[in-house]
Design a binder for this molecule. Sequence first.
Ligand code: APR
Length: 310
Amino acid sequence: MDKKVTVIGAGNVGATAAQRLAEKQLCDVVLVDIVEGVPQGKALDLNEAAPIEKHDSHLTGTNSYEDSAGSDIVIITAGIPRKPGMSRDDLISTNAGIVKSVTQEVASRSPEAILIIVSNPLDAMCHVAFDTCGFPKERVIGMAGVLDSARFRAFISMELNVSVENTHAFVLGGHGDTMVPLPRYSTVAGIPITELLAQDRIDALVERTRNGGAEIVSLLKTGSAYYAPASAAVEMAESILKDKKKILPCAAYLQGEYGCQDLFIGVPVKLGSKGVEDIIEITLTDEEKQALQKSAAAVQELKDLLKTLG
Ligand code: APR
């Protein structure tokens, strides 16, 4: 295939993302992990599924970053996932070190790549990758809003018993407890959910969306969600690889937009072959603005914490 995507981390999210990229025939995939044998085994297994799944994407599993050279996109999922009782923020010191080292490895070998960060705490890990790679801000993007809004959409569709395809949802802000689901901009067949659901039901869906990751962690007990996170990262990759210019909520580096300065946070962006091609500023009510500011303050706190970690 003429496009190449490297996925760093052959664990739950990384391997599932590799599978979805291949099955959608978007690109060849290089799966890199620090553990010997695991990326090789998973890539071989996926290649052996290809005749049945009918795709010609080739997967390479490796422990060597040399194989990642010249990638169009690098999806970074390396790191530890949370366990029950942990917040995403509890992962910061371990994952900051991992994300820094893998970013160094990939940036030198794929200087034109677009980085999609998945490791948590997401917004802080975007800062680590951005500071390490030296790429322009358009080429470092965090996966969070697509996942959070997919969760919101799933809950809206369950509540109203309508097709998920009719749903649309916006979730802004940091990928944590302070995220900002926006019911006014969330619709079913174009109708805002504020016209379809009572306020207490909307509040319940918003709360479930905020806790969507924790709900899965408490069920799985040994790790965190991966099917939906992988789908979300692949939707972003597809929009870039096919230059679709989809408007998707992603963590982007803001320089004044939404009143945020030098901060990665979830906002609607246009994703195309150049990466973040536009940041869309939507009108927010005072209450929504306050919620976004609170979320930005929480991300800023983590950004400051990163400095103390060195
Ligand atoms: N280089 C390459 N791979 C690494 C490194 C490293 N320095 N450190 C860890 N890994 C690999 C692990 O060996 C493992 O295979 O990252 C993989 C992580 O996989 P899982 O433990 O299954 O975690 P996963 O559920 O995929 O989550 C990964 O994404 O959604 C976030 O919060 C989640 O930060 C976590 C990340």
